[in-house]
Design a binder for this molecule. Sequence first.
Ligand code: FEO
Length: 404
Amino acid sequence: MESVEIKPGIFWVGAIDWGVRDFHGYVTPNGTTYNNYLLMDEKITLIDTVKDDFSKVMLDNVRNIVDPARIEHIIVNHIEPDHTGCLDKVMDLTPNATLYITDKGKQGLDRHFDTSRWKFKIVKTGDTLNTGSKTLMFLETPMLHWPDSMMTYVRKDKLLISQDAFGQHYATSGRFDDEFFTCFSVYELENAVKDYYANILMPFGSLIKAKIAEIQKLGLEIDMIAPDHGIIWRSDPGKVVNMYLDMADGKADERVVIIYDTMWNSTGRMTQPIMQGIKDENMDVKVIKLRSTPMSIAIKEFWQARGCLLGTPTLNNIMFPSAAEFLTHLRGLRPKNRIVGAFGSYGWAGGGVKEAYEEFRRMKLETVEPGIQVKYRPSLEDESACYEFGKEFAGKVREYHRKF
Ligand code: FEO
């Protein structure tokens, strides 16, 4: 992939990772990109780097434009290794460069590399860097995605380089949002934004809203948002900002997802009448089996629905391990504005459903209790009770959804 000029004198010099399917445990069916940018001005500036595996691709892109030894500034918006993994290699080639980074970023880099010979300039919100004809302004964005994170704004070009925020794990041949020409590819792109948000940024909704408000208050004019993953928002950057505001508000569809696992298919058999009960209340419902589904997809499905029912058998008096794993992931993402319930089978003593509700209460989610439990195999009477439980749950979801 060759470099792409995204604004006069500013080039995308990143790498496309078509093959990655597991991004630190997060499934990436569409691959990803590691975006970074080279600003050619009186003082040449590199903004972010890439994952170490792609250092040669990125450096070749840079060399096609300029000898890396001429780079004077390197901006590190975020220290996670997908953006700094090859920083030591870059520093070896740019002996005169100064790194612009937040204080937290410097502390983090010191733990990843021997930085004793590197020159640093610690920056905070509002600090600027003049490159000759352009002025860059820094904007700290702690926890979007790590404590060190910041964005870089190029006033002359109305360009916001937003690192992880507004990104997507989506490998594509085009670099810009207006290079998606079919309904399907537009749908895939929006889906990639939601998927990324649900799995990475869900806990930070209130921070995101506050940061967007801060940017608006600063009066920064933005006609392009260039994240460090996925496509660059050129034709309509407001679209992704509005998507983020909706997601930060916990927006969800009035529908239900049943997420379950099963040992001898007793809990599995319970899903069918529950699903039918929900459907007969004219509500959309989807069923996801945990061990057949990557965790990050189950999380996204949870995030898109207003209501979720978790089906878990009891194993050794506690939840089934895959159900517990799902709830552990979910608790870390601090979901809100969702209504939940649980069901499952047991042999001689229950425990799984009870434990699921304990976790839900810990997350402060709205619950429909006490759920429904079946001993060994669901009888016809049990299946009728499951059907009624599905109907009841759909009604509660509808009622709860009206609040939003
Ligand atoms: Fe793409 Fe938080 O790193």
